[in-house]
Ligand binder design. Structure first.
Ligand SMILES: C[S@@+](CC[C@H](N)C(=O)[O-])C[C@H]1O[C@@H](n2cnc3c(N)ncnc32)[C@H](O)[C@@H]1O
Length: 353
């Protein structure tokens, strides 16, 4: 049977499984999810996996860090020769038309406690497999990021999943994890969340056009200032809303105003380009307030965080996103994702369509 294979945050397998099952059912595809808690991945088994992979864009998935079409599930691999079964599986499953079918090889493992010790194997095996794939004509002579990627995902030393992803429909980082470095000036680690959100939820053109010097934004729940710092670095003038103190060096920019008021009540006097929000509150309350902002036209776009409850997190996610769209009262572009730097939460980018 074919399958979709998705990486996710360990512990969120039930959410991703529920999301895949619901989305596949809505698209009319039969199948079922297979997930072990803490494993950092979910497989969705379906005879129609290839079709489902095409109809379920990676960008629409909230809890998947990466989406692959599984080509083979290789068990009982012999440590002395793991390469031959991979070449045989490719022979059996991948048609060759003109030229090598793959532009890159990524050898990975899920981001789980169990699989993390496999990183050394993944690295050394990648170095051995790459030339063998090139020699056999499966991989282009030089890395070519425009073509399909071949993934080998080690689940154990003797068990690997072979998969394919397309650059336009997948995360551009191994395991779907962007490696961002914490900047010494950043007031909090939360800055990484907003940096990742802007990198992941907007494309290059959108970032160029929508994050420019001189634009104006507000940050609801801003203290100590990680998100504000990110927006200031993009050249924006910011109003930070929080009863708590902001890091003083942020004021050196001359582009920051701090108001100690309630983020659920404050509204700008004139429309802003951006509103970002990281208030720790009930997700439905946040979603409803974010909808007010878009309905009333108080901002041209927003990035906000929804803190998820301990249980039924997929249900809560769907309900919050539905409520948000319904209460905004106008068609929206909405992109939602559990980012690598998100914990028990998801991040949403939205603007009027
Ligand atoms: C997770 S922290 C924000 C961290 C911030 N994004 C950063 O990067 O440094 C949440 C903040 O929301 C603030 N907050 C919670 N409820 C609020 C409300 N009703 N109005 C304004 N701020 C609120 C808290 O004071 C807290 O500073």
């Amino acid at each position: 049977m074919d399958a979709l294979f998705c990486h996710c945050r360990p512990g969120f397998e039930p959410e991703l499984a529920a999301e895949l099952a619901e989305r596949a059912a809505l698209l009319g595809h039969a199948g079922y999810p297979k997930a072990a808690r803490g494993s950092g991945h979910v497989e969705f088994i379906s005879d129609e996996a290839a079709q489902l992979a095409r109809r379920l864009p990676f960008a629409d998935l909230v809890f998947a860090r990466q989406k692959l079409l599984r080509l083979a599930d290789l068990r009982g691999l012999d440590p002395k020769d793991r390469i031959s079964p991979i070449l045989a599986a490719l022979e059996a499953n991948v048609p060759v038309r003109d030229g090598p079918p793959f532009g890159e090889l990524w050898v990975e493992h899920p981001d789980s406690d169990e699989a993390r010790p496999l990183s050394g194997l993944a690295r050394s095996f990648g170095n051995a497999l790459r030339p063998a794939l090139r020699k056999a004509g499966w991989l282009s002579p030089r890395d070519d990021a425009r073509r399909s990627r071949l993934h080998v995902v080690f689940l154990a030393g003797d068990h690997a999943v072979l998969g394919r992803s397309h650059p336009g429909d997948s995360a551009p980082w191994p395991q779907g994890i962007p490696r961002l470095r914490m900047h010494a000036d950043a007031p909090s680690r939360s800055a990484l969340k907003l940096e990742e959100a802007l990198m992941t939820l907007l494309d290059d053109d959108e970032r160029d056009a929508r994050l420019r010097d001189g634009l104006r934004g507000a940050d609801l729940g801003a203290a100590p200032g990680g998100w504000t710092w990110v927006m200031l670095r993009h050249g924006l003038h910011m109003t930070a809303i929080d009863n708590g103190p902001m890091r003083t060096h942020l004021f050196d920019t001359g582009r920051l105003e701090h108001l100690r008021v309630d983020g659920f009540r404050w509204q700008p006097e004139t429309p802003l380009d951006w509103m970002v929000c990281d208030m720790v509150e009930q997700p439905r309350r946040v979603a409803a307030r974010m909808a007010d902002w878009l309905r009333e036209g108080w901002c041209a776009q927003t990035v906000f965080n929804l803190k998820l409850p301990m249980k039924k997190r997929w249900d809560e996610t769907r309900q919050c996103l539905d409520l948000f769209q319904a209460q905004a009262g106008r068609p929206l572009v909405v992109r939602a994702r559990q980012l690598y730097h998100d914990r028990e939460e998801i991040t949403v980018y939205a603007r009027p369509a």
